[in-house]
Design a binder for this molecule. Structure first.
Ligand code: K1U
Ligand code: ZN
Length: 187
């Protein structure tokens, strides 16, 4: 198992549409294990393979609270079969858009078909945080980010902020004292 670097906005690889795996074999299981270790290290509650630069339709998740036993979940080639009319709002975050949180409205309940870690075909009905997190991660498989659900103004502000930060962190960028950087960014 290995902790892999997580891609951040505005990395264009986050906009790639991921390919189906077809079968969950040892190579896909090794990818799932690296993803899980990366997600626990971040820490986060979900991760899609594209966030570590692998354009395959694989998701890992663990929604257990700190005082509960770990409960890792693995999804390959997930498909939404049904969505509810009713929506629910949740303040979402994303490991690829660090320390940025906004409310997003999504269907409250979904029915999903997927392959598990043992390549078994499964179906689940999800609601609450599981439904929110699954939809957030399945968006990643289509190259979509949660900021795409926000107003154009909020989305463009977020992209601008993270593009500026990436430019300042790029190798060869002139080094400035952090307090000057903060003043200049105006954020
Ligand atoms: O896809 C990702 O980048 C992971 C993301 C999942 C997610 C969070 C909230 C709503 C929908 C999807 C995260 O894990 S962000 C970090 C986070 O939520 C968290 C981190 C530590 C403890 C508890 C939550
Ligand atoms: Zn995300």
């Amino acid at each position: 198992m290995a902790i892999r670097p997580i891609l951040c906005l505005p990395d264009p690889r986050l906009r790639a549409v991921s390919e189906k795996v077809g079968v969950v074999d040892d190579a896909v299981r090794a990818l799932m294990d690296d993803m899980l270790e990366t997600m626990y290290d971040a820490p986060g509650i979900g991760l899609a393979a594209i966030q570590i630069g692998v354009a395959r339709r694989v998701i890992v998740m663990d929604l257990a609270r700190k005082d509960e036993e770990p409960a890792p979940r693995f999804f390959a080639d997930p498909e939404i079969l049904e969505t509810s009319e009713e929506e629910s709002v949740y303040e979402e975050g994303c490991l690829s858009i660090p320390e940025y949180y906004e409310e997003v409205s999504r269907p409250a309940k979904i029915r999903v078909r997927y392959l598990d870690r043992d390549n078994k075909r499964c179906e689940i009905e999800a609601e609450g945080l599981l439904a929110t997190c699954l939809q957030h991660e399945m968006d990643h498989l289509e190259g979509k980010l949660f900021i795409d659900h926000l107003s154009r103004l909020k989305r463009e502000r977020a992209i601008k902020k993270f593009t500026k930060a990436a430019r300042q962190d790029a190798p060869g960028a002139p080094r400035r004292a952090p307090e000057i950087r903060e003043k200049q960014s105006g954020l």
